[in-house]
Design a protein around this ligand. Structure first.
Ligand code: AMP
Ligand code: ZN
Length: 461
Protein backbone atom coordinates (compact mmCIF):
# COMPACT_ATOMS: atom_id res chain seq x y z
CA UNK A 1 0.00 0.00 0.00
CA UNK A 2 1.23 3.48 -0.84
CA UNK A 3 2.34 5.53 2.19
CA UNK A 4 0.16 8.52 2.79
CA UNK A 5 2.22 11.45 4.00
CA UNK A 6 0.50 14.48 5.51
CA UNK A 7 1.83 17.65 7.07
CA UNK A 8 1.08 17.66 10.80
CA UNK A 9 0.59 21.04 12.49
CA UNK A 10 1.52 19.36 15.81
CA UNK A 11 5.09 18.70 14.69
CA UNK A 12 5.23 21.17 11.78
CA UNK A 13 6.55 18.38 9.56
CA UNK A 14 5.28 16.04 6.88
CA UNK A 15 4.72 12.66 8.52
CA UNK A 16 3.50 9.27 7.39
CA UNK A 17 -0.14 8.84 8.30
CA UNK A 18 -1.37 5.63 9.90
CA UNK A 19 -4.74 5.40 11.68
CA UNK A 20 -5.02 3.70 15.09
CA UNK A 21 -7.70 1.40 13.67
CA UNK A 22 -7.65 0.98 9.86
CA UNK A 23 -11.25 -0.26 10.01
CA UNK A 24 -12.41 2.99 11.61
CA UNK A 25 -10.40 5.98 10.43
CA UNK A 26 -11.72 9.10 12.17
CA UNK A 27 -11.63 12.66 10.84
CA UNK A 28 -13.22 15.85 12.14
CA UNK A 29 -13.30 19.20 10.36
CA UNK A 30 -14.67 22.40 11.92
CA UNK A 31 -17.62 23.35 9.76
CA UNK A 32 -19.28 26.69 9.08
CA UNK A 33 -20.86 29.06 11.54
CA UNK A 34 -24.26 29.50 9.96
CA UNK A 35 -24.88 33.24 10.30
CA UNK A 36 -24.57 34.21 6.64
CA UNK A 37 -23.90 32.56 3.30
CA UNK A 38 -20.46 30.96 3.06
CA UNK A 39 -17.98 32.50 0.60
CA UNK A 40 -15.62 30.71 -1.73
CA UNK A 41 -12.85 30.95 0.93
CA UNK A 42 -15.04 28.97 3.34
CA UNK A 43 -15.57 26.46 0.54
CA UNK A 44 -11.83 25.78 0.32
CA UNK A 45 -11.62 23.62 3.49
CA UNK A 46 -14.83 21.81 2.42
CA UNK A 47 -13.21 20.85 -0.91
CA UNK A 48 -9.72 20.12 0.47
CA UNK A 49 -11.00 17.78 3.18
CA UNK A 50 -13.42 16.23 0.69
CA UNK A 51 -10.40 15.17 -1.38
CA UNK A 52 -8.77 13.74 1.74
CA UNK A 53 -12.04 11.93 2.59
CA UNK A 54 -12.14 10.42 -0.92
CA UNK A 55 -8.48 9.39 -0.69
CA UNK A 56 -8.95 7.78 2.76
CA UNK A 57 -12.01 5.91 1.46
CA UNK A 58 -9.96 4.66 -1.47
CA UNK A 59 -7.09 3.51 0.77
CA UNK A 60 -9.01 2.08 3.75
CA UNK A 61 -12.39 1.25 2.19
CA UNK A 62 -15.48 3.44 2.01
CA UNK A 63 -17.07 1.86 5.10
CA UNK A 64 -13.97 2.30 7.20
CA UNK A 65 -13.79 6.08 7.26
CA UNK A 66 -15.90 8.15 9.63
CA UNK A 67 -15.85 11.84 8.76
CA UNK A 68 -17.66 14.38 10.91
CA UNK A 69 -18.04 18.01 9.84
CA UNK A 70 -20.16 20.06 12.21
CA UNK A 71 -22.56 22.94 11.85
CA UNK A 72 -21.94 25.71 14.38
CA UNK A 73 -25.46 26.92 15.00
CA UNK A 74 -24.81 28.53 18.39
CA UNK A 75 -22.62 31.61 18.10
CA UNK A 76 -22.81 35.29 18.96
CA UNK A 77 -22.46 36.22 15.28
CA UNK A 78 -25.79 34.45 14.68
CA UNK A 79 -27.42 36.34 17.56
CA UNK A 80 -26.08 39.61 16.18
CA UNK A 81 -27.39 38.83 12.68
CA UNK A 82 -30.82 38.12 14.16
CA UNK A 83 -30.85 41.44 16.07
CA UNK A 84 -29.79 43.36 12.98
CA UNK A 85 -32.20 41.76 10.53
CA UNK A 86 -35.13 41.04 12.84
CA UNK A 87 -35.21 37.45 11.56
CA UNK A 88 -35.60 34.61 14.06
CA UNK A 89 -32.40 32.69 14.84
CA UNK A 90 -33.90 29.39 13.70
CA UNK A 91 -34.65 30.90 10.29
CA UNK A 92 -31.12 32.29 9.91
CA UNK A 93 -29.45 29.00 10.84
CA UNK A 94 -31.72 26.75 8.77
CA UNK A 95 -31.58 28.91 5.64
CA UNK A 96 -27.79 29.34 5.92
CA UNK A 97 -27.27 25.61 6.47
CA UNK A 98 -29.40 24.89 3.39
CA UNK A 99 -27.33 27.40 1.37
CA UNK A 100 -24.13 25.75 2.58
CA UNK A 101 -25.37 22.32 1.49
CA UNK A 102 -26.48 23.67 -1.90
CA UNK A 103 -23.22 25.51 -2.51
CA UNK A 104 -20.80 22.79 -1.57
CA UNK A 105 -22.71 20.02 -3.30
CA UNK A 106 -22.64 22.15 -6.47
CA UNK A 107 -18.85 21.95 -6.26
CA UNK A 108 -18.86 18.19 -5.80
CA UNK A 109 -18.35 17.93 -2.03
CA UNK A 110 -19.67 14.62 -0.67
CA UNK A 111 -21.83 14.63 2.45
CA UNK A 112 -19.71 13.77 5.50
CA UNK A 113 -20.55 10.57 7.40
CA UNK A 114 -21.91 12.62 10.30
CA UNK A 115 -22.97 16.25 10.44
CA UNK A 116 -23.53 17.17 14.09
CA UNK A 117 -25.27 20.42 15.05
CA UNK A 118 -24.11 22.27 18.16
CA UNK A 119 -27.70 22.85 19.31
CA UNK A 120 -28.18 19.05 19.52
CA UNK A 121 -25.20 18.54 21.85
CA UNK A 122 -25.61 21.02 24.68
CA UNK A 123 -26.10 18.13 27.17
CA UNK A 124 -22.72 16.63 26.19
CA UNK A 125 -21.07 20.06 26.50
CA UNK A 126 -22.47 20.52 30.01
CA UNK A 127 -21.25 17.03 31.00
CA UNK A 128 -17.74 17.84 29.72
CA UNK A 129 -17.68 21.15 31.61
CA UNK A 130 -18.76 19.40 34.81
CA UNK A 131 -15.92 16.93 34.52
CA UNK A 132 -13.44 19.74 33.80
CA UNK A 133 -14.64 21.54 36.95
CA UNK A 134 -14.35 18.33 39.02
CA UNK A 135 -10.79 17.80 37.80
CA UNK A 136 -9.79 21.37 38.62
CA UNK A 137 -9.41 22.58 35.02
CA UNK A 138 -12.42 24.89 34.97
CA UNK A 139 -14.36 27.01 37.43
CA UNK A 140 -17.75 28.66 37.65
CA UNK A 141 -17.99 32.39 38.31
CA UNK A 142 -20.96 34.74 38.02
CA UNK A 143 -22.98 32.45 35.75
CA UNK A 144 -19.93 31.72 33.58
CA UNK A 145 -17.74 28.66 33.35
CA UNK A 146 -14.12 29.39 32.48
CA UNK A 147 -11.23 27.18 31.54
CA UNK A 148 -8.22 27.79 33.81
CA UNK A 149 -5.30 27.96 31.37
CA UNK A 150 -2.74 27.60 34.16
CA UNK A 151 -4.18 24.14 34.94
CA UNK A 152 -2.91 22.67 31.65
CA UNK A 153 0.87 22.47 31.48
CA UNK A 154 0.89 22.36 27.66
CA UNK A 155 -1.35 25.37 27.06
CA UNK A 156 0.12 27.32 24.14
CA UNK A 157 2.27 24.45 22.93
CA UNK A 158 -0.07 23.48 20.11
CA UNK A 159 -0.02 26.90 18.47
CA UNK A 160 3.55 27.53 19.63
CA UNK A 161 2.67 30.77 21.33
CA UNK A 162 3.82 32.70 24.37
CA UNK A 163 1.13 33.50 26.92
CA UNK A 164 1.27 37.27 26.26
CA UNK A 165 0.79 36.75 22.51
CA UNK A 166 -2.11 34.43 23.16
CA UNK A 167 -3.94 36.96 25.28
CA UNK A 168 -3.40 39.71 22.71
CA UNK A 169 -4.20 37.37 19.78
CA UNK A 170 -7.42 36.01 21.26
CA UNK A 171 -8.56 39.48 22.26
CA UNK A 172 -9.77 37.77 25.42
CA UNK A 173 -12.01 39.90 27.50
CA UNK A 174 -10.56 41.11 30.77
CA UNK A 175 -13.26 40.39 33.33
CA UNK A 176 -13.27 40.62 37.12
CA UNK A 177 -14.47 37.03 37.50
CA UNK A 178 -11.48 35.57 35.63
CA UNK A 179 -8.61 34.03 37.58
CA UNK A 180 -6.17 34.64 34.72
CA UNK A 181 -6.61 37.02 31.80
CA UNK A 182 -6.09 34.13 29.31
CA UNK A 183 -8.89 31.96 30.75
CA UNK A 184 -11.49 31.34 28.09
CA UNK A 185 -15.25 30.98 28.27
CA UNK A 186 -16.87 27.54 28.21
CA UNK A 187 -20.30 28.82 29.21
CA UNK A 188 -21.87 32.25 29.61
CA UNK A 189 -25.20 33.50 30.90
CA UNK A 190 -27.94 34.40 28.39
CA UNK A 191 -30.38 37.25 28.86
CA UNK A 192 -34.02 36.44 28.10
CA UNK A 193 -33.74 37.72 24.50
CA UNK A 194 -30.86 35.36 23.69
CA UNK A 195 -30.89 31.61 23.12
CA UNK A 196 -30.19 29.73 26.33
CA UNK A 197 -30.25 26.30 27.95
CA UNK A 198 -30.68 25.35 31.59
CA UNK A 199 -27.48 24.33 33.29
CA UNK A 200 -26.04 23.93 36.81
CA UNK A 201 -24.78 27.55 36.38
CA UNK A 202 -28.13 29.00 35.34
CA UNK A 203 -29.62 29.67 31.91
CA UNK A 204 -26.88 30.24 29.38
CA UNK A 205 -25.10 29.14 26.23
CA UNK A 206 -21.81 27.43 25.39
CA UNK A 207 -18.71 29.06 23.95
CA UNK A 208 -17.58 27.99 20.48
CA UNK A 209 -14.57 25.84 21.48
CA UNK A 210 -16.43 23.45 23.80
CA UNK A 211 -18.95 22.73 21.03
CA UNK A 212 -16.36 20.95 18.88
CA UNK A 213 -14.71 19.12 21.80
CA UNK A 214 -18.08 17.68 22.90
CA UNK A 215 -19.20 16.71 19.37
CA UNK A 216 -15.86 14.99 18.65
CA UNK A 217 -16.05 12.99 21.89
CA UNK A 218 -19.64 11.94 21.22
CA UNK A 219 -19.26 10.85 17.59
CA UNK A 220 -15.62 9.93 17.09
CA UNK A 221 -14.10 9.22 20.51
CA UNK A 222 -11.40 10.66 22.75
CA UNK A 223 -8.48 10.50 20.32
CA UNK A 224 -9.15 10.89 16.61
CA UNK A 225 -6.86 10.30 13.65
CA UNK A 226 -7.25 13.60 11.79
CA UNK A 227 -8.51 17.03 12.75
CA UNK A 228 -8.74 19.77 10.14
CA UNK A 229 -9.76 23.34 9.47
CA UNK A 230 -8.48 26.65 8.11
CA UNK A 231 -5.16 27.86 9.52
CA UNK A 232 -6.86 30.77 11.28
CA UNK A 233 -8.36 28.18 13.62
CA UNK A 234 -4.98 27.08 15.06
CA UNK A 235 -5.30 29.77 17.70
CA UNK A 236 -7.39 30.18 19.74
CA UNK A 237 -9.94 27.61 18.53
CA UNK A 238 -7.79 24.50 18.20
CA UNK A 239 -5.47 25.40 21.05
CA UNK A 240 -8.57 25.56 23.25
CA UNK A 241 -10.11 22.38 21.84
CA UNK A 242 -6.83 20.60 22.68
CA UNK A 243 -6.82 22.01 26.23
CA UNK A 244 -10.45 21.05 26.94
CA UNK A 245 -10.37 17.56 25.44
CA UNK A 246 -6.94 16.58 26.79
CA UNK A 247 -7.91 17.66 30.31
CA UNK A 248 -11.34 16.01 30.11
CA UNK A 249 -9.80 12.74 28.95
CA UNK A 250 -7.01 12.22 31.46
CA UNK A 251 -4.29 13.41 29.10
CA UNK A 252 -5.31 11.46 25.98
CA UNK A 253 -4.42 13.55 22.90
CA UNK A 254 -7.37 14.97 20.97
CA UNK A 255 -6.01 14.25 17.49
CA UNK A 256 -2.89 12.56 16.17
CA UNK A 257 -2.69 14.43 12.92
CA UNK A 258 -3.72 18.07 12.44
CA UNK A 259 -4.17 19.63 8.99
CA UNK A 260 -4.77 23.31 8.27
CA UNK A 261 -5.55 24.84 4.91
CA UNK A 262 -4.09 28.14 3.72
CA UNK A 263 -6.24 31.11 2.90
CA UNK A 264 -7.95 32.21 -0.22
CA UNK A 265 -7.20 35.82 -1.07
CA UNK A 266 -8.39 38.49 -3.48
CA UNK A 267 -5.65 40.85 -4.70
CA UNK A 268 -3.52 39.66 -1.77
CA UNK A 269 -6.20 40.51 0.82
CA UNK A 270 -7.84 37.65 2.68
CA UNK A 271 -11.38 37.01 1.40
CA UNK A 272 -13.64 37.91 4.28
CA UNK A 273 -17.03 39.37 4.92
CA UNK A 274 -15.62 42.25 6.92
CA UNK A 275 -13.39 43.36 4.02
CA UNK A 276 -16.39 43.28 1.66
CA UNK A 277 -14.51 41.28 -0.98
CA UNK A 278 -16.42 38.03 -0.84
CA UNK A 279 -17.66 35.90 -3.72
CA UNK A 280 -20.12 33.09 -3.10
CA UNK A 281 -20.58 29.85 -4.99
CA UNK A 282 -24.14 30.75 -5.99
CA UNK A 283 -22.95 34.06 -7.47
CA UNK A 284 -20.35 32.22 -9.56
CA UNK A 285 -22.95 29.69 -10.71
CA UNK A 286 -25.34 32.52 -11.61
CA UNK A 287 -22.54 34.12 -13.66
CA UNK A 288 -22.44 30.94 -15.75
CA UNK A 289 -19.50 29.11 -14.18
CA UNK A 290 -19.84 25.38 -13.74
CA UNK A 291 -19.47 23.97 -10.19
CA UNK A 292 -16.73 21.68 -11.44
CA UNK A 293 -14.74 24.65 -12.79
CA UNK A 294 -14.93 26.27 -9.35
CA UNK A 295 -13.79 23.03 -7.72
CA UNK A 296 -10.90 22.65 -10.18
CA UNK A 297 -9.81 26.25 -9.46
CA UNK A 298 -9.89 25.57 -5.70
CA UNK A 299 -7.71 22.49 -6.18
CA UNK A 300 -5.19 24.21 -8.45
CA UNK A 301 -2.99 25.14 -5.49
CA UNK A 302 -1.74 22.73 -2.81
CA UNK A 303 -3.98 23.14 0.23
CA UNK A 304 -1.37 24.69 2.54
CA UNK A 305 -0.46 27.38 0.02
CA UNK A 306 -2.36 30.64 -0.32
CA UNK A 307 -4.65 30.81 -3.35
CA UNK A 308 -5.40 34.09 -5.07
CA UNK A 309 -8.91 34.11 -6.55
CA UNK A 310 -8.99 35.76 -9.99
CA UNK A 311 -11.07 35.63 -13.17
CA UNK A 312 -8.01 34.23 -14.89
CA UNK A 313 -7.87 31.31 -12.44
CA UNK A 314 -11.42 30.35 -13.38
CA UNK A 315 -10.76 30.81 -17.10
CA UNK A 316 -7.73 28.52 -16.91
CA UNK A 317 -9.64 25.91 -14.92
CA UNK A 318 -12.40 25.99 -17.54
CA UNK A 319 -10.04 25.61 -20.49
CA UNK A 320 -8.17 22.71 -18.86
CA UNK A 321 -11.46 20.96 -18.09
CA UNK A 322 -12.59 21.56 -21.68
CA UNK A 323 -9.47 19.76 -22.88
CA UNK A 324 -9.93 16.88 -20.42
CA UNK A 325 -13.59 16.46 -21.36
CA UNK A 326 -12.63 16.76 -25.04
CA UNK A 327 -10.38 13.72 -24.61
CA UNK A 328 -13.10 11.82 -22.77
CA UNK A 329 -15.49 12.70 -25.57
CA UNK A 330 -13.03 11.28 -28.10
CA UNK A 331 -12.86 8.13 -25.99
CA UNK A 332 -16.63 7.67 -26.06
CA UNK A 333 -16.32 4.78 -28.54
CA UNK A 334 -14.46 2.61 -25.97
CA UNK A 335 -15.63 1.38 -22.56
CA UNK A 336 -13.29 1.76 -19.66
CA UNK A 337 -11.73 -1.47 -18.44
CA UNK A 338 -13.81 -3.32 -15.79
CA UNK A 339 -10.99 -3.45 -13.25
CA UNK A 340 -10.03 0.22 -13.71
CA UNK A 341 -8.17 1.91 -10.84
CA UNK A 342 -6.82 5.44 -10.32
CA UNK A 343 -3.52 6.22 -11.99
CA UNK A 344 -0.56 5.44 -9.66
CA UNK A 345 0.97 8.86 -10.42
CA UNK A 346 -2.22 10.63 -9.34
CA UNK A 347 -2.33 8.50 -6.18
CA UNK A 348 1.27 9.24 -5.38
CA UNK A 349 0.73 12.99 -5.91
CA UNK A 350 -2.25 12.97 -3.54
CA UNK A 351 -0.39 10.78 -1.06
CA UNK A 352 2.31 13.45 -0.91
CA UNK A 353 0.44 15.84 1.42
CA UNK A 354 -2.45 16.18 -1.06
CA UNK A 355 -0.42 17.62 -3.91
CA UNK A 356 -3.45 18.47 -6.04
CA UNK A 357 -1.61 20.65 -8.62
CA UNK A 358 0.60 17.65 -9.43
CA UNK A 359 -2.43 15.35 -9.53
CA UNK A 360 -4.16 17.71 -11.99
CA UNK A 361 -1.05 17.83 -14.16
CA UNK A 362 -1.06 14.01 -14.21
CA UNK A 363 -4.64 14.08 -15.54
CA UNK A 364 -3.45 16.27 -18.40
CA UNK A 365 -0.63 13.91 -19.24
CA UNK A 366 -3.04 10.95 -19.27
CA UNK A 367 -5.06 12.94 -21.80
CA UNK A 368 -2.01 13.56 -23.97
CA UNK A 369 -1.36 9.82 -24.09
CA UNK A 370 -5.01 9.12 -24.89
CA UNK A 371 -5.05 11.73 -27.68
CA UNK A 372 -2.07 10.13 -29.41
CA UNK A 373 -3.13 6.52 -28.93
CA UNK A 374 -4.95 4.63 -31.67
CA UNK A 375 -4.97 1.27 -29.96
CA UNK A 376 -8.39 0.49 -28.50
CA UNK A 377 -7.28 -1.56 -25.48
CA UNK A 378 -4.81 1.15 -24.54
CA UNK A 379 -7.49 3.83 -25.00
CA UNK A 380 -9.89 1.82 -22.82
CA UNK A 381 -7.30 1.54 -20.10
CA UNK A 382 -6.44 5.27 -20.28
CA UNK A 383 -10.14 6.08 -20.08
CA UNK A 384 -10.38 3.97 -16.89
CA UNK A 385 -7.34 5.69 -15.36
CA UNK A 386 -8.78 9.12 -16.20
CA UNK A 387 -12.25 8.45 -14.81
CA UNK A 388 -11.04 6.74 -11.62
CA UNK A 389 -8.36 9.37 -10.97
CA UNK A 390 -10.93 12.08 -11.67
CA UNK A 391 -13.25 10.39 -9.17
CA UNK A 392 -10.62 10.68 -6.42
CA UNK A 393 -10.48 14.41 -7.06
CA UNK A 394 -14.25 14.75 -7.52
CA UNK A 395 -13.76 15.69 -11.20
CA UNK A 396 -14.57 14.38 -14.71
CA UNK A 397 -17.72 12.48 -13.76
CA UNK A 398 -20.09 14.42 -16.05
CA UNK A 399 -21.17 13.36 -19.50
CA UNK A 400 -18.41 14.74 -21.79
CA UNK A 401 -20.83 15.74 -24.51
CA UNK A 402 -23.03 17.80 -22.20
CA UNK A 403 -19.94 19.35 -20.59
CA UNK A 404 -18.69 20.46 -24.00
CA UNK A 405 -22.10 21.89 -24.80
CA UNK A 406 -22.12 23.76 -21.48
CA UNK A 407 -25.04 25.96 -20.46
CA UNK A 408 -28.38 25.04 -18.95
CA UNK A 409 -30.63 22.16 -19.97
CA UNK A 410 -33.33 24.58 -21.06
CA UNK A 411 -31.01 26.25 -23.57
CA UNK A 412 -29.80 22.83 -24.68
CA UNK A 413 -33.31 21.72 -25.60
CA UNK A 414 -33.84 24.85 -27.67
CA UNK A 415 -30.46 24.48 -29.41
CA UNK A 416 -31.12 20.79 -30.11
CA UNK A 417 -34.43 21.79 -31.73
CA UNK A 418 -32.68 24.37 -33.93
CA UNK A 419 -30.02 21.88 -34.94
CA UNK A 420 -32.78 19.40 -35.89
CA UNK A 421 -34.57 22.12 -37.91
CA UNK A 422 -31.33 22.79 -39.78
CA UNK A 423 -30.87 19.07 -40.51
CA UNK A 424 -34.42 18.94 -41.91
CA UNK A 425 -33.78 22.07 -44.00
CA UNK A 426 -30.62 20.50 -45.40
CA UNK A 427 -32.45 17.27 -46.16
CA UNK A 428 -34.99 19.38 -48.08
CA UNK A 429 -32.12 21.16 -49.84
CA UNK A 430 -33.35 24.45 -48.33
CA UNK A 431 -29.80 25.74 -47.93
CA UNK A 432 -30.87 29.33 -47.38
CA UNK A 433 -32.78 28.21 -44.30
CA UNK A 434 -30.07 25.84 -43.05
CA UNK A 435 -27.42 28.58 -43.41
CA UNK A 436 -29.66 31.06 -41.61
CA UNK A 437 -30.04 28.71 -38.64
CA UNK A 438 -26.30 28.01 -38.58
CA UNK A 439 -25.51 31.76 -38.60
CA UNK A 440 -28.08 32.41 -35.86
CA UNK A 441 -26.49 29.75 -33.70
CA UNK A 442 -23.02 31.10 -34.44
CA UNK A 443 -24.17 34.53 -33.29
CA UNK A 444 -25.13 32.87 -29.99
CA UNK A 445 -21.66 31.35 -29.70
CA UNK A 446 -22.71 27.85 -30.82
CA UNK A 447 -20.44 26.02 -33.25
CA UNK A 448 -21.75 23.13 -35.35
CA UNK A 449 -19.74 20.15 -36.49
CA UNK A 450 -21.23 17.98 -39.22
CA UNK A 451 -20.00 14.39 -39.09
CA UNK A 452 -20.99 10.90 -40.20
CA UNK A 453 -23.16 10.46 -37.07
CA UNK A 454 -25.05 13.71 -37.60
CA UNK A 455 -24.43 17.20 -36.32
CA UNK A 456 -22.76 17.88 -32.97
CA UNK A 457 -22.72 21.31 -31.38
CA UNK A 458 -20.69 23.02 -28.73
CA UNK A 459 -20.41 26.41 -27.08
CA UNK A 460 -17.40 28.50 -28.09
CA UNK A 461 -15.11 28.09 -31.09
P1 AMP B 1 -16.33 30.22 9.72
O1 AMP B 1 -17.70 29.96 9.17
O2 AMP B 1 -15.94 31.65 9.73
O3 AMP B 1 -16.15 29.56 11.08
O4 AMP B 1 -15.28 29.53 8.72
C1 AMP B 1 -15.45 28.21 8.21
C2 AMP B 1 -14.13 27.67 7.70
O5 AMP B 1 -13.65 28.43 6.59
C3 AMP B 1 -12.99 27.67 8.72
O6 AMP B 1 -12.30 26.43 8.62
C4 AMP B 1 -12.12 28.83 8.29
O7 AMP B 1 -10.78 28.61 8.66
C5 AMP B 1 -12.27 28.76 6.79
N1 AMP B 1 -12.00 30.04 6.10
C6 AMP B 1 -12.56 31.25 6.36
N2 AMP B 1 -12.12 32.20 5.49
C7 AMP B 1 -11.26 31.56 4.63
C8 AMP B 1 -10.48 31.98 3.49
N3 AMP B 1 -10.49 33.24 3.04
N4 AMP B 1 -9.71 31.04 2.88
C9 AMP B 1 -9.70 29.76 3.30
N5 AMP B 1 -10.41 29.30 4.34
C10 AMP B 1 -11.18 30.17 5.02
ZN1 ZN C 1 -13.77 23.24 15.95
Amino acid sequence: MMTLTLHNTLTRKKEPFAPVDPTRVTMYVCGPTVYSRAHIGNARPAVVFDVLFRLLRHVYGANHVVYARNITDIDDRINKESKETGKPISEITSVTTQHYHDDISAIGVLAPTIEPFATQHVGEMIAMMESLITEGHAYAAEGHVLFDVTSFYAYGKFSNREKEDMIAGARVEVAPYKKNPGDFVLWKPSSDDLPGWDSPWGRGRPGWHIECSAMIEKHLGETIDIHGGGHDLIFPHHENEVAQSTCAHGGAPLARHWLHNGFLSVNADKMSKSLGNIVTVDQLLAAGHNGETIRFALLSAQYRQPLDWTQDLLAQAKSTLDRLYGTLDNLSDVDMADNATPCPNVLSALSDDLNTPRALAELSSLCKSANTSSEDSERASLKGLLLKSGGLLGLLQQDPESWLKGGSNEDDTEIDALVDARTTARANKDFAESDRIRDDLLARGITLEDGPDGTKWRRGG
